[in-house]
Every structure is written in C-alpha cells, then in structure tokens.
Design a protein around this ligand. Sequence first.
Ligand code: 13P
Ligand code: SF4
Length: 301
Amino acid sequence: MSKQEKIKQLKKEKDAIILAHYYVDEEVQNVADYIGDSFYLAKVANQTDAKAIVFAGVEFMGESAKILNPEKRVFMPDSFADCPMAHMVTIKEIKEMREKYDDLAVVCYINSTAEIKTYADVCVTSANAVKIVKNLPQKNIFFVPDQNLGDFVRQQVPEKNIMTNHGHCPRHTNISLDDLLKAKEKYPDAKVAVHPECQSGVVNAADYVGSTSGIIQFVTNSEDMEFIIGTVDGVFAKIHELAPQKILHTVIDHQICPNMKKVTLDKIIDVLENETNEVLLDNDFMKKAFKPLEKMLELAK
Ligand code: 13P
Ligand code: SF4
C-alpha cells in the first residue's frame, strides 16, 4: 500500500481530516482535505464535523484549531514545527502599552503563541488585517508580533495610530529590495506579487500585496503571464495546478520555511496511527484565547 493510500485509510478509520498550509511540501498538500492560507484553515477548523484534525502546518495553527474547537482532537505531524515570529513579542510589552493608552486595541497576528492571544483584543491574519483594523473602534492599535505586516496595515489605514513591536518572519524579511530590483531588471515584463510579511521597501515595489491565497488568486486571475513571487515557494504548487501556463520566478533561490518543511507523509501516518503529538491546552486558557479568535471570525465576515 502506498503512503497516500495508507493515509486515506487511516483518515477514514479515525474520522480525521488533514488541513495543510500552502507552505508545506507539495506531496503533503496532495493528501490534504483542505489547503489554504491561515485564515481559510482557521475557518475550516472552526466548522468541521470530523472528530480529529491533523494540521500540516506550524504550532500556532494547530493551537488555533484546538482553541476554536476544544472538543476535537488536533494532532501536529511534527511537534517541533514552530514559527519563530510567534515568540517575538512579550506579555510585558503588551502590558506596558495597555498602561500607556486608555483607548488601545491589542491586535495580534495569528502567528503568535496561544498565551499571547490571551492578552489580545482581536486576532488577524494577513488576509483580513486591514479590514479588521479599519473597523475597530479604538484609534490606538498595538499590532503584534509582525512589524512588517503592521507597517503595511498602517499604510492602508492611515487614520489609526498603529504601533508595532520588533517581530518579523525570518523567511520574508530575507527578501531584500535589492534582490527584488535585480529580479525586476532580469524579468522586466513580470508583475510582482508579495506577502505583507516582507519589508516595506519590497511591499512598496510590488504590483500586488496579499496573503498566500491572495497571491495565488492574483496570479491565476491575471491576464499577465509572468510573475516574480515574494513569498515562500510552497505557493507555486497551487499556481501550477490552477494556471500551468503562467511563468513564475522567485526573488531569491530556495525561499522555504524550514518549519513547514518538517511536515512529511511518514509523520502524518505516525500521528494518525499512534495518536501522538496531540495539542493539549488548559481549558481556562483556551476560553481566554478563544475570544480574540472568535472576534476575528466575526469581524472578517
Ligand atoms: P498566510 O497564511 O496568512 O498567507 O500567512 C503566511 C504565513 O507566514 C503563515 O505562517
Ligand atoms: Fe513563520 Fe515565516 Fe514560516 Fe510563516 S513563513 S510559519 S511567518 S517563519
């Protein structure tokens, strides 16, 4: 029996679904029931009837799926697959800002630990951050932990006083404006699509800025044929499937997220078979972290 067949059989036996982020390997995406960006996957996790969820992604995604669905069992194929940015803000920084401003909303990128979420007013993803921040009643916003996404939101919502801390995604920050300008010189006819986790210089030089799903839609729906993509290479698989005629270039070679790459078919088989690496969180803690996630789902509608 192939690994793919084995996974199919185990999913049926355990009444499990597999959710996969676009940054995991193509062969992992191919065994998933749902593939998407962080926002889409959070919505699926919130609505599924399956008994168990295997999250082919990083820790904050599995935690969010569990918090949105405390009665379901959530398993991570690799318990060390974590997003470094999720740890790049401290509770102390949030408390200090709350003391400084009466009228403050703490807006927490979903790429954050469950503990940080318990101190936030609302969560956002790259697909809905602008919309949600625009519609918050507070003027002062502490946007954590991604400074680059916070900078992008500030540009789009100038009427708010948006403050950020110094977190960043190591993968997206690695894409420099210099590299992008070189790629543009090499491929002068290509349109540029980048993720808002990139630095502001890169974002400002792009034709399109959006989440991984947004980038995929932009490229597949565009009448243009050639694109420079400023995000993790994992999005290429979906674009090749939906629009095989499009020509894609990376800004820099080997643009991968090493943590997302930790997810393999063997590890998925292992957690399905042995029910290991289950996400377990304290109930009171989950209740607190549920509020900002629930608010995100409500405000993003
Ligand atoms: P999206 O899934 O919102 O595009 O974010 C990308 C990312 O870095 C996830 O970790
Ligand atoms: Fe975290 Fe960046 Fe990897 Fe996304 S791509 S999981 S933000 S390290």
